[in-house]
Design a protein around this ligand. Structure first.
Ligand SMILES: [Zn+2]
Length: 282
């Protein structure tokens, strides 16, 4: 049976049979693979720990019929610190979910992506910087890897340079920000009379008036996170602005993935719980 070595991170799993687990692993050599970790659900076995989500292993794989089979495993990193902080861990799980969702687009240079992901998880686990801002930076870099990064400095329609005073909507379908002038043009064409010859143009103009309003603070937060100035953006942006920026970029990422991403839902629920507790106490 032909065997081969890979360096891989666990980004998902499901149970198989009595005691086995099928892992989704993103490998430096071949991108995303599914592989069976035999006996991984028996408590106390080494394979149980090594099959944990976000664990990085050197694996010896042999070819299987449906899934590859893990025959040897050696852990490289398991980010233990990340597992002690629910908020940071949730962002780590979000990175894993993103890797799964976009794995096909990352297969050109899987090693570069794995290095980038491991580096991002190290940062998430060891730095004091806000996980929201780290994740904004991660998502924008991921979109760059995929070649679908949103346009952040020019109006997506007329190419006018964006400033604090001419921002209007962030439009996920168009892939960027629409300036105030284009937004107004879109609004006007919606109320003007319908011309049968101009269907396409009207459709295009109709698009310009859609999207989520973007404030100058949210815009600057995204620009700073994109430029890698994560420290600066975390220090400057109030929490509510950071959360708006995260929601906006996540909505764009979900549009590209064609599905909802759920890893951060739990965090939102905890936050709602804390807020209602605080207001009940005060
Ligand atoms: Zn414009």
């Amino acid at each position: 049976m032909p065997s081969y070595m890979v360096t891989a991170i666990n980004v998902g799993s499901f149970n198989l049979g009595e005691a086995d687990r099928v892992l989704s692993i993103f490998t430096a050599e071949r991108g995303l693979i599914k592989a069976i970790a035999k006996g991984a659900r028996k408590p106390g076995t080494k394979m149980a720990g090594r099959s944990d989500i976000l664990c990085v292993n050197e694996l010896l794989l042999s070819k299987g019929r449906t899934f590859e089979i893990i025959t040897q495993a050696q852990t490289v990193d398991s980010f233990p610190k990340l597992r002690t902080d629910l908020s940071r861990l949730s962002y780590g799980l979000f990175y894993a979910e993103l890797t799964n969702a976009f794995s096909q687009g990352l297969e050109d240079d899987p090693k570069a992506y794995l290095d980038f992901l491991m580096n991002a998880l190290q940062q998430l686990s060891n730095s004091e910087l806000s996980p929201i801002h780290l994740s904004l930076n991660f998502q924008l870099k991921l979109l760059e890897f995929l070649g679908v990064k949103p346009e952040l400095t020019f109006c997506i329609y007329c190419r006018e340079v964006l400033h604090d005073y001419n921002l209007s909507k962030f439009n996920v379908e168009l892939g960027g920000i629409v300036c105030t002038a284009c937004f107004q043009q879109g609004r006007q064409s919606q109320v003007s009379e319908h011309h049968p010859d101009h269907d396409e143009l009207e459709h295009e103009h109709g698009m310009l008036s859609r999207g989520v309003h973007i404030t100058p603070l949210v815009w600057k937060t995204i620009i700073l996170a994109d430029a890698g100035s994560v420290a600066e953006s975390s220090n400057k942006a109030p929490v509510v602005v950071s959360e708006q920026a995260q929601r906006l970029i996540q909505a764009y990422v979900e549009h590209k993935a064609g599905k909802r991403l759920k890893s951060l839902d739990l965090l939102g629920k905890f936050k709602d719980l804390n807020n209602s507790k605080q207001s009940a106490e005060s």
